[in-house]
Design a protein around this ligand. Structure first.
Ligand code: SF4
Length: 264
């Protein structure tokens, strides 16, 4: 016998729908608050929490964040830095994007040299770092095993980046690596931006100007990822990173740090 009532949505269905609420976020603070409550990807939820329980020996006395990591920095940044995903013992530990690992050290030192960060180091969420005119984010907000999100996980997380791009409305996106490049292009296509065909390929130093809805414009700058794999081998040097950020500053209108709104 059936009751005739519609079945209640399962916890899994509620979790899977969580990212879609990003569209309704009125500002970056609301978006950041939404992100941290997400459990839409079962594999990544399990991984981020397992890493947080087991911990690396050097951090065994620390409480890991072990949740999704929102973007960090100026909510109206002219320069948006787009990475890949939080590192297991970096942002997944500290709860702040590009914080607590070597990749963050390299990136934030360069942002400081470019006049976009208040200090050259990024150690913990309460270390006082502030970005002015810049914001750091990623297309996937949970630490993935082997730094490798699946295509489904990237698609599930996409509404957060999409809404962040709409709300921040940057002039320039410095995209660190091919994964972020493809993810940002897919997100822009979803938002109705006009993309060249074939889609522009990632390369270090690549520069692509895109047109979006309402007359928006965004320049993508390709940059090798600040991973240890690239920085230890010299594939990405501090000078190369400085050159990309200098170009970003020029394209962003070269506003002085004092002219941007501070954020964190
Ligand atoms: S990766 Fe994104 S969509 Fe998946 S659980 Fe984390 S925040 Fe949610």
């Amino acid at each position: 016998m059936t009751s005739g009532a519609a079945p209640a949505a399962s916890d899994d269905e509620h979790a899977a729908a969580h990212p879609l609420a990003a569209r309704g976020c009125a500002d970056v603070a609301a978006l950041d608050a939404l992100v941290v409550g997400c459990r839409a990807c079962p594999r990544l939820v399990a991984w981020r929490e397992t890493v947080g329980r087991e911990r690396r020996a050097a951090y065994r006395d620390e409480e890991y964040w072990a949740r999704p990591v929102p973007g960090f920095g100026d909510p109206h940044a002219r320069v948006l830095v787009v990475g890949l995903a939080p590192a297991a013992h970096g942002a997944n530990r500290t709860g702040r994007m590009f914080t607590g690992d070597r990749s963050g050290d390299v990136l934030v030192a360069a942002l400081h040299r470019a006049g976009l960060a208040s200090q050259p180091t990024t150690r913990s969420a309460d270390d006082g770092l502030r970005l002015t005119g810049a914001r750091m984010t990623a297309p996937v907000r949970c630490a993935p095993p082997a730094n490798a999100p699946t295509p489904d996980e990237r698609r599930r997380c996409a509404p957060y980046l999409a809404r962040e791009v709409e709300l921040v409305d940057p002039a320039v996106a410095v995209v660190l690596g091919a994964f972020g490049w493809a993810a940002l292009l897919a997100t822009l296509a979803d938002l109705g931006w006009v993309l060249p065909r074939p889609r522009p390929a990632f390369a270090h130093g690549a520069e692509v100007v895109l047109a979006g809805p309402g007359g928006r414009r965004l320049t993508l700058l390709g940059c090798y990822h600040v991973s240890q794999q690239n920085t230890f081998t010299g594939r990405l040097t501090p000078a190369m990173l400085d050159a990309v950020l200098a170009r970003a500053r020029v394209l962003a209108g070269a506003a002085s740090p004092a002219e941007g709104a501070a954020g964190g």
